[in-house]
Design a protein around this ligand. Structure first.
Ligand code: DAH
Length: 372
């Protein structure tokens, strides 16, 4: 070949054309914005091929520049334009794909937010309710540990060593500690009475709701259950007061104007006299119902605090007297909310909780309604 213009390497105009063709093809084939950016850098970046061409203009003679300038600048403008157009095209395609993939069905029902889906366990609800009722009568809430010593659970409560009443409690004992003694899971909330009397000067008016444990398990007993203890110590406190407090509690708790209650003489080492209290119910069809029928359900034990117990806590029985009770929380919960079986209380079945649970922000109060 002798014609210098025939070779692309020596004909700048056809070089430019080839470069433009190559770039145009690359741009058309770019699959995403990253590819577009790579092409832009390779062409128009600091060391890009088009940028290098633009730099050669400075060294040219005015005539040559007049001829080449428009060609190179034109190339740059077209490449810039093509890049921008392809970029826009790709962005539009990406948006279309996203809209396709993320289509929302606006007719679907709203999913409830976690704070409105969560439910309080009926036991928590009932503890809140009874706390509100007793608080209204001037009772404070006292607490004690689930793991107790023999002293607090039995001895201080006037259970003599080796007394058969200890055996009635089906106690869970822990392994022997360093002191050779075995702690236990409290079998009732009564030890909180002792802890309170040791720490608070009379007059005392407290309730102590909490977990209790016995090695008992059948349809109406679970190894862990709940009690609420009540304790009143004052210069004047008698069985009449006790009866009034319990009756007022039952009326407020069951949200009725009157309840039928039955006080039966009973025995507890820590009270004298002692009684057990039943409330009227129906047990038709195996379901316990409150406010009808002529059956009775035992809900609590109570009595006048034994002088020995007062003495064990440093309180002079000639100066002070008091009454106390221990009530089964699970039972009154079953009765109030018509839950026929105790076992699902502790099975953590979300479907049960959704049915029987309570909305967390509906706090029970005497003014605003206990369970509405
Ligand atoms: N602690 C007793 C129990 O679990 C219940 C009880 C009875 C508690 C009489 C008392 C009471 O405070 O005075 O069986």
């Amino acid at each position: 070949m002798t014609d210098p213009n025939a070779s692309s390497s020596t004909d700048p105009a056809s070089d430019l054309a080839a470069l433009e063709q190559g770039l145009t093809a690359d741009i058309a084939g770019a699959a995403d914005e990253a590819a577009i950016e790579a092409i832009r850098v390779a062409a128009l970046g600091k060391k890009g091929r088009v940028s290098e061409l633009l730099k050669t203009l400075g060294a040219m003679s005015p005539e040559e520049r007049k001829e080449k300038g428009p060609l190179i600048n034109g190339l740059r403008d077209r490449v810039q334009g093509a890049l921008a157009a392809r970029k826009e095209e790709l962005a539009a395609a990406a948006l279309t794909a996203r809209l396709e993939a993320e289509r929302v069905d606006v007719t679907l029902p709203l999913r409830e937010a976690p704070q409105s889906r969560g439910r309080l366990h009926p036991i928590s609800q009932v503890v809140d309710e009874l706390t509100a009722i007793f608080a209204d009568m001037g009772f404070a809430v006292a607490e004690g540990p689930d793991i107790e010593t023999d002293f607090y659970n039995f001895t201080a409560l006037n259970f003599p060593e080796g007394h058969p009443a200890r055996e009635m409690h089906d106690t869970f004992f822990l392994p022997e500690g360093a002191d050779g003694k075995r702690k236990l899971l409290r079998t009732h909330t009564s030890p909180v009475q002792i802890r309170t009397m040791q720490n608070v000067k009379p007059p005392i008016r407290v309730i102590c709701p909490g977990r209790t444990y016995r090695t008992d398990s059948d349809q109406t007993h679970t190894p862990m259950f709940h009690q609420v203890e009540g304790l009143v110590i004052d210069r004047v406190a008698n069985m009449g007061h006790l009866k009034w407090v319990l009756e007022e509690f039952c009326k407020a708790f069951f949200e009725v104007d009157s309840v039928k209650m039955r006080f039966r003489p009973s025995f507890f080492p820590f009270t004298e006299p002692s009684a057990e209290v039943d409330i009227q119910c129906s047990r038709k069809g195996g379901e316990i119902r409150f406010g009808e029928g002529d059956d009775w359900l035992e809900i609590l034990g109570c009595g006048m605090v034994h002088p020995n117990v007062l003495r064990n806590c440093g309180i002079d029985p000639d100066e002070y007297q008091g009454f106390a009770w221990g009530m089964g929380i699970d039972r009154i919960a079953m009765l109030k909310y018509g839950m026929p079986d105790l076992r699902p209380f502790f099975e953590a079945d979300v479907r049960w909780l959704e049915h029987y649970g309570f909305r967390p922000l509906d706090l029970p109060s005497l003014a605003g309604g206990l369970s509405s």
